[in-house]
Ligand binder design. Structure first.
Ligand SMILES: [Zn+2]
Length: 502
């Protein structure tokens, strides 16, 4: 149809100017609005079809008017007070109660539309549909049909396609495979392989996320899934991912709390397993100080510290030594694997085993971590034999040190010379490029100390390798979003032949 030429609407025959790819002719605005997607089979690329791929902002407008009408319909059915009471139950704990309550209301709305008042009654969404969607226009009816079939899930972002579109999977809906999610907010700040617990609405040509979701950190995903599956089995007596989704409909904010709880547990476990407790052993000198000093000077592991700062209770004749990972102390590497990681001595310097403090009548050894402490004790006995006798041991758990630190009101000083962000990005780029340059050929504990390249040739290691690379891709992508990092490690994916991560 030529521009400017008066043409007739394919439906009502009145003057019309809107191209209609479905009919190949033109259509008037009101016929298009009243029929698109329902009585007209609109192609996804039509810019007037809110549920096609080219009309993001029209969809937002429909979403806005639909939400208002949906709230009204549901509140009329449930009753204002009852709805408010239940919305409050769904309200996530937050300092900003008002915003949180709106989130709770949105969750309760989805709960009502999809799961109903109780098990004997159909969902309010089903009732609404049976009545023929009173109060809704054509676009809103189209939206409602799919909204009322929404369920929560765990979206994992596979790829960010542009400023609004992401390729995703649902960890609780494996059969569906990959689908395209439209969401400007999420696409703008998400990283590849981020996981979000969220309500999901699948439309024919794209998927949308509803209500606010919660990010599920990689480190918690496994324990979250097994706990939520266990809770589902206990309450619903069935075990399937579909049942987990139904469970989440009624316990959506409980999932938020669970993620927070699991995060706390993991942090405590990490602190407990870090082995960074401050350990001290106190020895009484049974030989003259000069003799002890002579041994300290003779061993290559000890280095006197000229620059030390006196502790308030230090006697005036005190000397401090660094206990370095040299000489016999180097054997520590074999015994305490992973605690000290150093490469070439000339390049990276040597690791530190601990500190030694010497006075006229006492020698004190301090280490970080119980494993090092035990090792240091053995070495002291072999070096000094009967010249020292152990008087006391003192182990301060890291939790206590952290608490004392917090109590002291200490706050790190903000650097007065802030690095400009573009310089920071440059430095980061250089750092990560270097870090990944030999990545393929360095053994990784998660791969049972195989290198990624070796693991890629070992079929049994494939799942672990994919898991590892996903963590790296996720981390790099987070740095891109937060710090403008531009490092691309897709060559690693190619080199390892992990096509499923493309
Ligand atoms: Zn018309």
């Amino acid at each position: 149809m030529n521009k400017g030429q008066a043409a007739a609407c394919a439906v009502c025959g009145r003057k019309a100017g809107r191209n209609c790819p479905a009919s190949g002719g033109v259509i008037c605005n009101s016929c298009c609005g009243a029929r698109r997607g329902t009585r007209i089979d609109c192609p996804p690329e039509c810019t007037h079809f809110p549920f096609g791929t080219e009309a993001y902002d029209i969809w937002l407008r429909v979403d806005d008017t639909w939400s208002k009408k949906a709230f009204k319909y549901v509140i009329d059915k449930v009753g204002k007070e009852e709805f408010g009471r239940r919305a409050e139950e769904f309200t996530p704990s937050s300092t900003d109660w008002e915003t949180a309550f709106i989130e709770g209301a949105e969750i309760e709305l989805m709960n009502c539309l999809t799961s109903g008042i109780d098990d004997d009654n159909p969902s309010i969404g089903t009732l609404w549909e049976k009545e023929g969607w009173p109060g809704l226009n054509n676009d809103e009816r189209y939206m409602s049909k799919y909204r009322c079939r929404s369920l929560p899930g765990i979206v994992e972002i596979q790829k960010i396609l542009d400023d609004k579109a992401m390729e995703c999977i649902d960890l609780l809906d494996g059969d569906r495979g990959r689908f395209i999610v439209f969401d400007r907010n999420t696409a703008g700040r998400a990283a590849r392989f981020d996981k979000i617990v969220v309500w999901i609405t699948h439309y024919p040509h794209f998927t949308r996320l509803a209500c606010s979701g919660m990010r599920l950190p990689d480190t918690l995903a496994g324990s979250f899934l097994s706990e939520i599956r266990a809770r589902t089995k206990k309450t619903r007596k069935i075990q399937s991912d579909e049942a987990v989704k139904r469970y989440l409909v009624e316990h959506f904010t409980e999932a938020f709390d669970l993620i927070a709880e699991l995060g706390d547990i993991l942090r405590d476990q990490m602190i407990a397993s870090m082995d960074v407790d401050q350990c001290r052993a106190f020895y009484k000198l049974l030989a003259p100080r000069k003799e002890i000093e002579a041994i300290l000077e003779e061993k290559p592991d000890f280095e006197i510290r000229e620059d030390f700062e006196h502790e308030p209770d230090d006697p005036p004749d005190v000397s401090y030594y660094r206990w370095l990972r040299r000489g016999k102390a180097k054997a520590i590497e074999k015994k305490v694997r992973g605690l000290i990681q150093h490469g070439n001595e000339d390049e990276d310097g040597v690791g530190i085993l601990g500190t030694v403090r010497l006075t006229d009548n006492e020698l004190m050894v301090e280490t970080r971590g119980r494993a090092l402490f035990k090792f240091a004790g053995k070495l002291i006995r072999s070096y000094f034999k009967k010249r020292l006798s152990l008087v006391d041991k003192e182990i301060a758990p890291i939790e206590r040190l952290l608490e004392e630190h917090a109590d002291s009101g200490y706050e790190p000083e903000e650097s007065s010379e802030k690095i400009p962000p573009e310089i920071e990005a440059q430095l980061l780029n250089r750092f990560y490029e270097k870090r990944y340059s030999d990545f393929l050929d360095v053994p990784v504990p998660m791969l049972n100390d195989m290198t990624p390249r070796e693991a890629s040739h070992t079929p049994a290691m494939r799942m672990k390798l994919i898991e590892l690379i996903k963590i790296h891709l996720n981390g790099i992508d987070k740095m891109r979003v937060e710090k403008g990092l531009e490092v691309d490690i897709n060559w690693i994916v190619d080199e390892l032949g992990l096509d499923e991560l493309k």
